[in-house]
Design a protein around this ligand. Sequence first.
Ligand code: SF4
Length: 411
Amino acid sequence: MTSDQRNTNTAGGDEPETGITEGGTDGAFRDVLSRDHARRGKPPVHFADMTPEERIAAAKELGLPKFRVSQLANHYYGHFDVNAEEFTDFPAAKREAAARMFFPELIHEVTRQVADEGTTIKTLWRLFDGSLIESVLMRYPTRTTLCISSQVGCGMGCPFCATGKLGLTRNMSAGEIVEQVRIAAKMMRDGEVAGGPGRLSNVVFMGMGEPMGNYRSVLSAVRQISAAPPEGFGISARNITVSTVGVVPGIKKLAAEGIPVRLAVSLHAPSDQLRDELVPMNRRFDTTAVLDAAHDYFLASKRRVSIEYALMRGINDQAEHARLLAKRLNHYGDNWAHVNPIPLNPIEGSKWTASKPEDEQRFLDILHAAGITATLRDTRGQDIDGACGQLAARGKDLVAKDLAPQKDVAA
Ligand code: SF4
């Protein structure tokens, strides 16, 4: 069985998913699974899960000719619309059936937190099985970025991370991933975000989950986000970022796709000794393997790689760490990576906490002096539950009443 088969959760895949990341069955690292891992069944099949052939076959089942599929694609990708019952260009007698067949509700808004004067909106979504995931929409003067989730929970087990504490419940389907984007694009168009009507311009896979652990659905989503309407939302692939904790085979596969998405690698530590502790996946793919793959990605894509580095007080934020990081990046030559130190947004009751501002500044200064491009990442939403996974972890309480009849709530 290939890893693609193991990880697939798309329509038609009949292999049970295990969530095990490629190579994880015999290496030193395995995904951390939640108690109810993969006991949820598969999400309903949605238009965004279907191949063009599957869409045509489904339309035929409803007695609809092929061109009706193009109309649906136009509504979905071009107008962000799933309300088939109001598609006036569609035969009235078929609208309800088309809505049921193609657009089952995959993500349902549970709660929304608004910050930064209405320009940051974090949404908690409930999936068909009661699982909870989140996405964050952030409007800046020149762009609007949506951060999306690709798995329910995460199996990478980073000890400082709220999502890591949940473990991996299951992979999300392509439809569940794409729906986060469609709804955000619609919110922007309809002026639901402070600043008036606008356009969703950027998408980052930096919410819950390890995108490379759900490669097939993530790649399908990337294609649907970037294709021009009516095949996709028309957000340039150059404005899409796929992040990874360092799943090397995933980085290699993505490089071979030839899609110019930006790669972001969550490094968090410059040495194997420290990274083994902060990012358990490092025991399978160490810093040399990860940086080699990241640099190869740069060569293949001609896109600078983002190196994400969560600054934790007294752990990885000292001068020696900055110097070693600079040395390791410069080993590959100039200007191939952009470091984003991010002050850690600490989770309650955790020993991992944010760096002191003076240590952040020194870290940046050392990188700059060594010729490394580095920008302190702005931490939008600090006054809401900004760290990844916090909202979903707390969401259990928020929706406990709402979900009372369903026992099967996210772990
Ligand atoms: S930091 Fe990222 S990879 Fe690590 S557990 Fe959290 S979501 Fe997963």
